[in-house]
Structure formats: C-alpha cells, structure tokens
Design a protein around this ligand. Sequence first.
Ligand code: ADP
Ligand code: ZN
Ligand code: ZN
Length: 817
Amino acid sequence: MLYFIDVIIPVPLQKLFTYRITSAEAEFLKPGMRVAVPFGKTKIYTGIVHHIHNHAPTAYDAKDIEQILDEKPVVNAWQLKLWQWIADYYMCTLGDVMRAALPSGFILESETIIVKNASKEIKDTDLEDDEFLIYEALHHQSSLKIQDISNILDKKQVLSVLNRLIEKDAITIQEDIYETYKPKLVRYVKLHKNHNSEVQLHKLLDELSRAPKQREVVLTLFSLSAQTKKPVKVTDLSKASDASSTIIKTLIDKDILEEYFIQTDRIQYDGEDNEDSKTLNEYQATALEEIRSSNEKHDVTLLHGVTSSGKTEIYVKLIEETLKKGKQVLYLLPEIALTTQLITRLQDYFGEQVAVYHSKYSTHERVEVYNNILENKTKAKIVLGARSAVLLPFSKLGLIIIDEEHEQSFKQFDPAPRYHARDTAIVLASFFNAKTLLGSATPSLESYYNTQQNKYGLVELNYRYNNVLMPDIALVDLRDKYKRKRMKGHFSDTLIEEMTETLKEGFQVILFQNRRGYSPIITCQTCGHSPQCPNCDVSLTYHQYRNQLRCHYCGYSMAMQMKCMACGSPDLDNKGFGTEQIEAEVKQLFPDFKVGRMDLDTTRGKHGYEKIITALEQQEIDILVGTQMVTKGLDFRHVKLVGVLNADNMLNFPDFRAHERSFQLLLQVSGRAGRTKERGKVLIQTYNPYHTILQQVSTNNYIGMYQEQMDERFTFKYPPVYRQIKITLKHKDYSKVETGAIWYAKSLRQIFGDFVLGPESPVISRIRNQYHKNILVKIPKKQSLQKTKEAIIKINNSFLSIKDFRVVKVNLNVDNF
Ligand code: ADP
Ligand code: ZN
Ligand code: ZN
C-alpha cells in the first residue's frame, strides 16, 4: 500500500499538496506535525500535516517529504478546525491562515535568515555537534540562509537542527523585535511626613536657622509646589534653590525631606505575592450577577459599561472562576502596545499564570508562549494578546474576553486572512462550549444589534467607579468663533481659557486632532497646483520638523519646496492642519508648559510610545497633542481637560461607518478626562454643532446614536442588516483593472442583480503605483452565505483563467471594514 500526506504550506494557493511517505512515516506522523517539504524547483518549506491517506494525486507525481520536524503535533485539532472555518468564511487559503497562526520561528523555509541570539551566551558543551557547527559559523558571519547551513553541514535536511537551536535560544530569525521597556524613573522630593503639621514645621524651620542653605532649600520646595501644584523634581529643586545635590541628600538623610518616585503600576512583575482581587461595588456586583445569568442563556454577552466603570475588575472575577475550573482564558485587546497598565494589573492578581503574546516579541519568546499554551501549562492559563492570539493552541478554553470590542483593529485588513478576531473568537469559544464576554463603552452596531436580536445577552453598567462624574462635554461653534474673531490659530478663546484654568490648577490636558503632520495640503495660490505623491493618488503632507513633504500611504518623501513646482510662484498656502501644527501653536500659546505629541511619527522609534506614556504619567508633559492613539484605554489620573480641535473631518469621511466611528472615537477620547474626583471637561470644536452625532456625543446618548444609525443601515442595506463582501482589484495598468473590474461586476450582476455595487474607484484610487477598483456584493441575511461565496469563487476562477486578467490581483474581503 502507498502512503501519502496532504500538507498545508504557507503560500496563498487554494489546494493542499500531497507528498509521498513511507509506511513507517505514516505510522509516526499525525495531523498537526511539521514536515519539511520540497516545493517548486529548489524551495524547501515547512508544512503542516493535514491528513494521512492512500490516494495518489492524479494531476502530478507526489514528491517525497524531506524530513519530519516534530515528535508531536504543534497544531492541535481545534486549531485545524478553526483554520478551516477561517479559510471558508473569509475566503482565503489554509496557507494564509497558517502564516498568521504560527510564530515565524516555526516555519523555517528557504528564504529564512538565521542570526545568532546576541542576548544570550550559549556554552559549547550545551550544543550537539551539528548545532555547534552552525553556532560557530554565526561567530564569523552575521547571518546565514538555509542553503548556507546545508552547505556547512553538508546535508539537505537542516530544519530540525535549526528548530533545536531556536528552542535553546541560541539562534533567532532576523526580524524586528521588541524589547520590554523599563521606564527611567524621575526622582521627586516632598517634605518628610514627620514635619507635616504646622507645629512640627515651625520647629523644623527654627532648627534650620543654623543651617541657612538647608533652610533655603526647604523654603524653595514650598514655593515651588505652591506655584506649580505639581510634584517637585529633585533636579528642579536643586536648580531653583541653587543647592547642590549633596545638600538635598543631606536633607533626605536627616528625614527632613523624603524622596519618592511616580511609577504608577507599570513596573515589571517581580514574582512577589499576588494581590487579592478587588471587592466589587454594588453596580459591578449586579453586572457580574447579570453576566452569570446571561451566560446560562447565551454563549456571548455584551457588557456595555461607560468608560471607567470598572469593567476590568469584573473580568478579573470571571477569570478567577474560570481558573478554578482548571480552564484557560483568552483575553483579547485591540493593541498590545497600549496595555502595559493592564498586563501589570493582571499579573498582580494572577502572577505567573498570565502569558502575553505579542507579534513583536522575539521569536524565542513567541515560540515559548506558544508551546506553553499548547501544553496547557500553568504559565499560560490566561493569554493576553491582540488579534492573532485567537489563533493560539488552546485545548481547555473556558472563557474569552474581548475588551474594546468595537475597535476596528480586530479586523485584519491586509494581507489575508482578512479575519475579524472578535467573530473568530466566538467561533473558537463554541468549539469548547466556552463563554465569550464582549466589553465596550461604545459597542459596535454589529454587537449591539445582536443583543437586540437576542443572539447575545446584554448587561449595562452606567456608573463610573467611585461615583466619578462623567465628563462635561461642550461643543464650540467654530463658524461663530471665526466670525467674531475669537480664534488664535486653531484655538478658540473657550478652549484657551479652559486650558489656562486646567494648567493653573496643576492638571493635564489632552488635545486630539485626527491628522498627523503639519498640514495635509500645500496649494499654489497662483496656479492651484499641489504636490502629489508620484506613487499614489494623494497630496503630500507637509512635515515641518523634517521640512519634508511626505506620503502617508507609501512613505515617499521629498524636501519641502520653496516655490511651486508647476509655475515657480513662491506663493504657497497650507490647507488643513495636523498634530504637528497644533503642537507648534500650543507651544506659542503656552510657552511655560511642556508639550508632548503622540502620533505615528513620534511613536515609531524604539519605545517611542512608552516614553510618551511614562512622561505623561510622571507629569513631565502638561499638554499632550495626539491622533486617535490618545483615545485608547489610557488611565491617567491627572488629565482634566480634553480638547478636540476639529470634529468635522472625521464626520465627513466617505464611509458608511464614519458616523458610528466618530461617535466611538469622541466618547473614548472624552473618557480620558477626569477619571478621579475632579470632574473632567471636554471641548469639541466644530463647524456643525447641531450635527446629530455631536449632540449624541455631548449627551452620551448611545441608544440615540444606535437607533438613528440602524435606520440608515436598514435604508441603505448596510451591515449589520446586510452582510457584504468587498472585492478589490489591483494592477499598475489602469486599463487592465478597469476592464477587469467591469467584467467581474457584470458577471456578479448576472447572479446577484442590484445587490452588486460598482466597480468604483476608492477615494485614493492609486496606492504604491497600483490602481484600485472596488466591487461590493450585498447579501441579505436570508440569502445563503455559503452559496453566495461559492458563486463568487466560481466567477473569481473564471476571471483568473482569462489571460488578460490573470495578472490583476484580487482581494476578497468578507465583512469588510
Ligand atoms: P473601565 O475598564 O470600565 O474603563 P477600569 O476597570 O479601568 O474601568 O476601572 C477604572 C478605575 O477604577 C481603575 O483605576 C480601577 O482600578 C478602579 N476600580 C474599578 N473597580 C474597582 C473596585 N471594585 N475596587 C477598587 N478600585 C476599582
Ligand atoms: Zn503654481
Ligand atoms: Zn504614496
């Protein structure tokens, strides 16, 4: 009898590939194990065994496998089932899913570049002979390809040696990695608690009359804290009192001053005793009860709780219960970089049981976390991660929490698999009969609609923890302010007054502007020309800091021009404004305060994001200007005012979800204001203060927003009322895309009639020299999704069999965002 295996290979080809194996190999192999297989003329890939059978392929001669790489499966049966669901539902290949699901250290292939792990010294005695040869070679050469390694070992089968070296942490794969950030702590001083009372203080000052310099330092400390109403840094005190650090140290040693650090709760978990979880207040306790009883009727429950209502502490209780049953928890978040606060909080409660899966961690760390989950180790009972964590090898899942479930980053946009992690998680949970809890202050219409259809349970939490009031949200009419000449740059007098007041009280301000750069469009006043990106159909954005014009789609940049490139006129005008311009204006308006900026440009560098967060926490920044990055779940104690410079451009964005998103973004950014006793204030500047969305934001009226938006979705047949699949065609030759798209849409119309829209050019019709055309298929809920997809795949296959169209790239995006 002949034996074969079908193998998933990480390439975007529809089919599985069949390879020949011996009967002994057939005996040994199991689905989910890795094998090294030849592919094409010269390539070697790591593939996953899908199943073992006895049927020779008819279309080609099956090749032999190169080598078996595992002794046990690295992909479990639930994963294979989930991969299949994703491939079917999101219309992609198992290979696409495999690439997204496995840490790259698992899928060595011909192109992989191996480097030495510089952060670890490995003893020669810990290495086998073949391992040593490779390790030694990496002393002389900074990197090696698989072929080089074959040459060194003088054999073809090298992936298993490399896998061993990866497990030993001796080598790693060349890629960008992320290191955990340790904030540099700022030293602050205050008066020692021994001298806090009036009497003690007088006594102290008397005593110090014999040491005038020391006395002066103490008095300077008083005046500094009275002036700034903020913690006083050692360096500032030393400067202001002209005292050496030795004098300050003496005062600290004498217990007159006390040194301290503001480190909030972001330090690394040190393995100390775990804390008990917090006692819930009555609203939280009721919500928890409601979730429990909802779980008896529903697999999925939505917790709609206002910002700062204490949703996390409720999650913690549910996690405790799940762990007691010996089950695993998956905790999904929109972006892991933004969650240092949360990681520490969970580690305080659950210690070592918390594992974080981060796409930017090193290969070794990811492989380690993956294996810990695969083996259901205690170290990985609670898995915290962004989107791709839903693809990890769970085997005893009891609970999935999806925090900020409305965030669009849960949907992968490019490349395939274009999956939605929330929806995929719900499917995953169903394999285990596990419960899913969605949390948000501003739920997606999709999820809220599901609660109204009684598909999901709904639990509401309407009070902030500790009776903190919701911020007071006011709208500022820009048209009126401009008319009455009450504007300074992009700041209304109202915003300036509120900022002045807030800063005077020692609180911080966050300013939100949804665009980065200085100004998005430069126009010649004489001929109307504005500089365009040569690769994309967009204007270049002016970045003052580098004096450059930059494309936000492909990264193209050129030096800023002093004269119009078309007519030579020096008369250039800026249109629109970004964070950079706002930062510059704030610095002029408030020269005595520290201004920080958080956007893609300032957070790109290593730890850029963490440095800004730390500076804000340590009150090194008084005013933070930023893009939507500042709206994400940050919990700062001293932010009292949030200003939105212009709410209009996001409301006018041409997308059926623009209004829903604006509502979510504005309420989320408002949630950053006044999270402690002091009531926060939010000012939203706009040309349309009567816009219904802004009215709904200012009254925190989620239901009003929901009903009105749903009316529109019904009228215009948009999700969640209808499903939709977006088909994008791309090619560098415009006429190819155009004729192809017309053909494609016509074929679709023959089946789906009026439910096909397009082809249309998107707002940005060319990106990186590729022209885009979109076709949209709307699918009524009653129509079979399966049949619809089959029909689309058939058309797609015919399309790709036409010679002229074969070169056109087609992306299928199910439930597109
Ligand atoms: P949300 O996630 O709903 O925005 P959080 O869970 O971050 O809110 O809670 C807001 C703040 O209130 C946090 O600092 C948290 O530690 C605190 N908090 C919430 N619930 C409790 C509780 N039961 N006991 C003590 N502090 C709590
Ligand atoms: Zn010109
Ligand atoms: Zn470009």
